[in-house]
Design a protein around this ligand. Structure first.
Ligand code: FMN
Length: 144
């Protein structure tokens, strides 16, 4: 079933470890969290948004984008409204660090705005907050 709720300009996924959730909480910006279980109801974006997600490929491409995110992006409206991607990961995965961002950027043809590790540093939080503000100012005339 599709959820008829108004989504925010930042939509994110975070699993049970909640690193990305903690990062988004530190941003202090309005955000909508995707349901964790791929089988649960998913959201329909009601306005342009930036997608933030962690990487789960275990060092590869397969599984790098979490299933609930794939399910969300399989909906046409959600692909239509995505404007950019921010991805998280763990640098232990080397070249596969935050690879989910590369996959989404390529598939959805949107800019890969930022990558950060685990729950992010204070610098990551500041740069993303400032970056998002600039990004939306720049995009106000082109949205919708
Ligand atoms: C099974 C598993 C596979 C992972 N694979 C990758 C990976 O391929 N690349 C990467 O950068 N991080 C990888 N990570 C690290 C997660 O992206 C990182 O822990 C992230 O902060 C999890 O976010 P979340 O707690 O919001 O779900 C993996 C973590 C797990 C548990």
């Amino acid at each position: 079933m599709k959820l008829p709720i108004k989504t925010q300009p930042l939509i994110y996924y975070s699993s049970r470890s909640e690193n990305s959730h903690r990062f988004v909480t530190k941003l202090g910006l309005p955000a909508t969290r995707l349901p964790m279980n791929a089988e649960d109801n998913t959201l329909i974006a009601t306005q342009p948004y930036i997608l933030l997600l962690p990487t789960y490929g275990g060092g590869g491409i397969k599984g790098a984008v979490p299933k609930p995110v794939i399910r969300f992006l399989n909906i046409a409206e959600n692909r239509q409204f995505i404007r950019g991607v921010i991805a998280a990961g763990n640098t232990n995965f080397g070249t596969a660090f935050a690879l989910a961002g590369n996959i989404i950027a390529e598939k959805c043809q949107v800019p890969y705005l930022y990558k950060f590790e685990l729950l992010g540093t204070e610098t990551d939080v500041r740069l993303v907050r400032e970056g998002l503000e600039r990004f939306w100012q720049h995009h106000t005339s082109t949205v919708l």
